[in-house]
Design a protein. Structure first.
Length: 97
């Protein structure tokens, strides 16, 4: 799970965009990535025990068990998918422009 989280987080925007911004403004741009690393670990320590206790793997699955009904699971899945697509497209298109 940790390797897939890391692999899905790193993309062309990181290699091209952060390298260019780091060359232009300094190494401080990498600070956001180090902060994100710490934050992901802390959030893992908080939420993984909750997910294990509930016997679920994903957040939409947890919300379905917590609040009942399949509608909230589908809504959150679609919302997450759309937000991920639009944010990844904009981040990947910016370095190439």
């Amino acid at each position: 799970i940790g390797a897939s989280l890391f692999a899905s987080n790193i993309g062309s925007g990181h290699f091209v965009g952060l390298a260019g911004t780091g060359a232009a403004s300094g190494i401080a741009m990498g600070g956001s990535e180090w902060n994100a690393l710490v934050l992901v670990v802390v959030l893992g320590w908080v939420f993984v025990p909750i997910y294990i206790k509930a016997g679920v793997v994903t957040m939409p699955e947890y919300l379905r068990k917590r609040f009942g009904g399949k509608r909230i699971q589908i809504y959150l899945s679609l919302l997450s998918l759309l937000l991920y697509i639009f944010t990844k497209i904009s981040v990947s298109a910016l370095p190439g422009a």
